[in-house]
Design a protein around this ligand. Structure first.
Ligand SMILES: [Mg+2]
Length: 251
């Protein structure tokens, strides 16, 4: 069974594993099933489909509290005295699917189980301007619950100006009750000077007061959420107290 490549989590905390299907299944499926952003070549796992046995998931003590295992290296120039801005990828900066779309900004070839697939990536409106501005103000960290084999090439194309200083992937998340959580205390940065922008509240369940709860984006070409946040982050970059500003945000 192919691995879940992209982790799409909506604002209700519902996780949608996105995996390709083989040609036989493709011919049997219609595009009408499930959500609109799923497609003929991909599907959610169906409840009645035979599945491999799932490993038992047992809650583990929070190893993420170990200060000796920071996820990020020491900040280098020019990030030494900057606040840390953590950005989610899917449905925050881009939307990706295996469904061919005419207006894809990128098409990423990815091999899964020995088969070449294509991932079609749409950029959220104003993401270029947003990255350019925040990249000059913060130490920017891309933190995604998706796999690096997908997210790395997307980030390469999304960020040609290297606004993003570090990239973290699924293996850097904490898995708790079936949800990938991005634990800001593991980064090795001052949490009081760290902000996360994510469309899925579950992602920042450990640090809700540090979060900017951006709306989930799929394909709305009129979306202005990233552009609208630029003045806010220009202010946050200079602020003594990020929490007083975060409390002013309304969505
Ligand atoms: Mg997301």
């Amino acid at each position: 069974m192919a691995e879940n490549l992209v982790t799409q989590v909506d604002q209700n905390g519902q996780t949608t594993p996105i995996i390709p299907v083989d040609e036989d299944e493709d011919s049997q499926q219609s595009t009408s099933c499930f959500c609109g952003f799923l497609f003929s070549r991909c599907r959610r796992k169906r409840h009645n489909a035979p599945e491999a046995p799932r490993p038992m998931v047992t809650w583990q003590p929070p190893v993420h509290r170990d200060p000796g295992h920071n996820l990020l290296p020491e900040p280098g120039s020019p990030h030494t005295n900057r606040k840390c801005l953590v950005l989610d990828l899917d449905e925050t900066l881009v939307h990706s699917s295996f469904k061919p779309v005419d207006n894809a900004d990128f098409v990423i070839p990815i091999e899964i189980d020995g088969i070449q697939h294509r991932v079609y990536v749409l950029k959220r409106p104003h993401v270029d301007e947003f990255l350019r501005v925040v990249g000059g103000l913060f130490e920017v960290v891309l933190f995604t619950a998706s796999l690096s084999k997908y997210a790395d090439p997307v980030a390469d194309l999304l960020d040609p100006g290297s606004a993003i200083a570090h990239r973290l992937f699924r293996e850097h998340c904490v898995m708790s009750h079936g949800v990938f959580i991005k634990d800001l205390s593991r980064l090795g940065r001052n949490v009081d000077e760290t902000i996360i922008v994510d469309n899925a509240p579950a992602s920042y369940a450990y640090h809700p007061n540090n979060a900017v709860a951006i709306q989930t984006w799929i394909d709305d070409p009129t979306d202005t959420a990233l552009r609208d946040l630029i003045p806010f982050f220009e202010e946050v970059a200079e602020a003594d107290d990020i929490y007083s500003l975060l409390r002013t945000l309304t969505f």
